[in-house]
Design a protein around this ligand. Structure first.
Ligand SMILES: [Zn+2]
Ligand SMILES: [Zn+2]
Length: 329
């Protein structure tokens, strides 16, 4: 069946809002608008209607707020996943396609800390714009995370999926060379760059990524056996007032004031460490005396291959957040 449009006279166009044909309006720049018609015709700038709409002022404000909100708790989809990546360092958001309570909390943190507005926990166009601004300003350079073994192409060779170093199949012993760096980790580093400059008056800065990806070949060369750095972890060096600090008290201060405070990493009984579905921190007792090690090892069911990237043009990493498919599930 074909749909037929109503008859439209030559000097008119079909107006879908009025559901009828109307004279062309000069300011509408209709495609075939003819200058000569202008003198002859009398135009009404807006369709005239005797309907009058009344809004209660409070209802009106609420209605405007709703119209402006794009994403809120309960929403699902690819864009929500991207949102959960981008704001990972704001409260420790987790990579799911769902706008969860944790997402809402993180959005509030972003609005309060980065946007410096009264937080709503809902993502409107202004918030999206600010997330893009934050992303462009603090996006990590993935090349700094590449493995330097000289054998792999930078992010392992995809070896040992579902193979473990021990009989207990815990992620800590998983030998898999994940295909890239986990995006939540990259964005958590980005947020920490922001918080370092904002909350500690720029006294501390990230000096370098001292260890990003370390494949099995790299381990062999260096005589280590840990598998955490196969896409799930990063080690950071820091500057204090312009010079690299190796002071453990500086590392502990940064672990606490930045990564626990803002990214939600756990600290139990005075010790840094790991907790299910939280960013993990290695403590100085475990070796991280002159650097900070942060990882996503304990993200349960959220270490999917597609969450890891090898280049800045992978997935949506360098795109505007609005470019992500808006399909809601
Ligand atoms: Zn390698
Ligand atoms: Zn490490």
């Amino acid at each position: 069946m074909t749909k037929t449009s109503p008859e439209v006279p030559d000097d008119c166009i079909y107006d879908p809002i009025l559901n009828q044909s109307r004279k062309r309006y000069p300011w509408k720049r209709d495609f075939e608008y003819d200058q000569e018609e202008k003198e002859e015709e009398e135009y009404t700038p807006f369709p005239i209607s005797n309907k009058v709409y009344h809004f209660h002022p409070v209802a009106f404000v609420e209605q405007m707020r709703r119209m402006n909100t794009i994403y809120r708790k309960g929403d699902k989809g690819a864009l929500i996943l991207e949102l959960n990546f981008r704001l990972a360092g704001f409260g420790g958001m987790l990579p799911t396609e769902e706008f969860t309570e944790l997402t809402e909390k993180g959005v509030k943190q972003f609005q309060a800390d980065y946007m410096k507005i009264t937080p709503t926990g809902e993502v409107d166009s202004k918030t999206l714009k600010k997330i893009d601004e934050f992303s462009d300003k603090y996006r990590e350079n993935i090349n700094n995370y590449k493995c330097n073994c000289g054998i792999c192409s930078g992010f392992g060779q995809g070896q040992y999926k579902d193979e473990y170093k021990s009989t207990s199949k815990i992620e800590r012993h998983h030998k898999y060379e994940y295909p890239g760096i986990h995006q939540s980790l990259l964005w958590a580093v980005s947020a920490s760059q922001y918080y370092l400059s904002e909350k500690l008056e720029g006294e501390y800065k990230i000096n370098s990524i001292c260890s990003g990806y370390r494949c099995h070949e790299n381990n062999k060369q260096k005589g280590r056996s840990s598998t955490n750095h196969m896409g799930k972890a990063v080690d950071l060096h820091f500057n204090k007032n312009g010079t690299r600090t190796k002071d453990v008290t500086d590392m502990d201060l940064l672990r606490e004031k930045i990564y626990c405070e803002y990214a939600g990493a756990p600290k139990n009984n005075g010790n840094f460490g790991w907790e299910r579905n939280k960013f993990g921190l290695e403590s100085s007792l475990e070796g991280a005396k002159t650097w900070i090690h942060i990882d996503v090892r304990e993200f349960k069911d959220m270490l999917k291959d597609e969450f890891f990237i090898k280049a800045s043009n992978d997935k949506y990493f360098s795109k505007k957040i609005n470019e992500v498919t808006k399909t809601k599930k």
